[in-house]
Design a binder for this molecule. Structure first.
Ligand code: CTP
Ligand code: MG
Length: 404
């Protein structure tokens, strides 16, 4: 047997819920995603992270089932794991887990078993970011447009810029978390998550980037998503993918020309639903095409009035977000503009820098040409653009295929 150093971090894996919204015959933790259960997948992630004490909080009466999942997942780390019975609500289940902490533990992570595909790197990142006086949670930007409602009416739009969606594991300094749990127990208040309970005790909680793979399996569609991700992960993941996008716009817009994310004073404007920036639009289609995520019409078309009149950089930044949510990073983009005007070369470097900034720093190169007087471009009626984009998919383990 390998002797392991006693860890100072513990991970409480709460798995004692019944899974009412999933509606399966067994408690959610024991529902199969593939041949492995939700709990087993969660524990595989936990044991792929740095060594820690692992406390599985199981539904009362299912401790034995949890024990066998724990043993299989733990391998030679089996001495680091134990199972305790949970309570009627999640807070009580976490409290049961806290009672099983070893004396040496200084950092506690609380993790939902239901976030079964959480990358081990996220667990390590949270553990590494906890400080002696502050907690940390992984979180993702909110991507949907949010509205406050009252009955059947929309009351107001909610600015999503200062909102994030919380995930787990949530990490805390042990003694402050224990004290916060004792206070919550005495007050009888039930909090939505551990971060809320910890913050209510007057402590601060930071956030670090989460992962789209750490979504919570709540309803049957989530289970389906987990199954698809796993079967996709068993296919060889191509290291890179390419996509092509084209766009053409005629002159006839109002104001100055907007092209390649920049304003061109004195140049005739292109017409279109937005600012007619054919360079930005061709790049959006190339990126969405490379990632298999639809096209510009689907994400930004006339059914999205919020983009009417928007400039190219808004489209590009949102496209980068869409790709990131689906696990794609942008390799590079190459663009060719066919147009009589503007004369591009003088501002090429500036345009490339502007587009690259909107894409989070991915290199963008632009060439420009005329068509020797041929066609609508040659007659000076409009411009045409072709873009090619390379994207890098992330594997279901959360790593870029170039990082593996
Ligand atoms: N949990 C727990 N003890 C409870 C309730 C929930 O340990 N009494 C755990 C769940 O097992 C899950 C996590 O907390 O891993 C997040 O809860 P949720 O997704 O709501 O799971 P369930 O409560 O099982 O589902 P539902 O609310 O649909 O019944
Ligand atoms: Mg629940």
């Amino acid at each position: 047997m390998t002797l392991l150093p006693v860890p100072t971090t513990a991970i409480i894996v709460v798995a004692a819920g019944s899974g009412t919204r999933l509606g399966a015959a067994a408690p959610k933790a024991f529902v199969g995603i593939d041949e492995r259960s939700v709990l087993r997948h969660a524990l595989d992630g936990v044991f792929a992270a740095s060594p820690a004490q692992v406390i599985v909080v199981a539904p009362a009466g299912h401790e034995g089932d949890a024990e066998s999942e724990l043993r299989t997942a733990a391998g030679e780390r089996t001495d680091l794991g134990c199972v305790v019975a949970g309570g009627d609500n999640r807070q009580d289940s976490v409290a049961a887990g806290l009672r099983a902490l070893w004396g040496d533990i200084t950092t506690v992570l609380v993790h939902d078993a239901a976030r079964a595909l959480t990358p081990p790197s996220q667990i390590d990142a949270v553990a590494g970011a906890v400080t002696p006086d502050a907690g940390v949670i992984p979180a993702l930007p909110v991507v949907n447009t949010l509205k406050r409602v009252a009955g059947g009416d929309i009351v107001e739009a909610v600015d999503r810029a200062d909102l994030v969606a919380a995930q787990t594991p949530q990490g805390f300094p042990r003694h402050l978390l224990e004290a916060a749990y004792a206070t919550a127990r005495d007050s009888g208040v039930e909090y939505t998550d551990d971060a809320a309970l910890f913050a209510a005790a007057g402590h601060s909680v930071a956030h670090i980037p989460g992962s789209s793979l750490a979504f919570k399996i709540t309803v049957p569609a989530d289970l389906q998503r987990a199954r698809q991700l796993i079967s996709a992960g068993q296919q060889p993941t191509p290291a890179i993918r390419v996509g092509v996008g084209t766009d053409a716009h005629g002159y006839g817009g109002v104001g100055n020309l907007w092209l390649a994310g920049m304003e061109w004073p004195g140049e005739p404007a292109l017409s279109g639903h937005s600012d007619g920036d054919a360079v930005a639009h061709a790049i959006v289609d190339a990126l969405l095409g490379a990632s298999g995520l639809g096209d510009i019409g689907e994400h930004f078309g006339t059914s999205h009035p919020e983009y009417a009149g928007a400039h190219g950089d808004v489209f590009l930044m949102r496209t980068r977000e869409i790709l990131a949510e689906a696990g794609y990073t942008i390799g590079n983009v190459s663009v060719q503009l066919q147009a009589n005007r503007p004369r591009f070369s003088a501002r090429r470097a500036q345009a490339q820098a502007a587009l690259s900034a909107a894409l989070g720093g991915a290199p963008v190169s632009i060439t420009a040409t005329t068509t020797d007087g041929l066609g609508f471009i040659g007659r000076g009626e409009g411009v045409s653009v072709t873009a090619v984009a390379l994207v890098v998919p992330r594997s279901p383990t959360g790593q870029s295929t170039l990082e593996q």
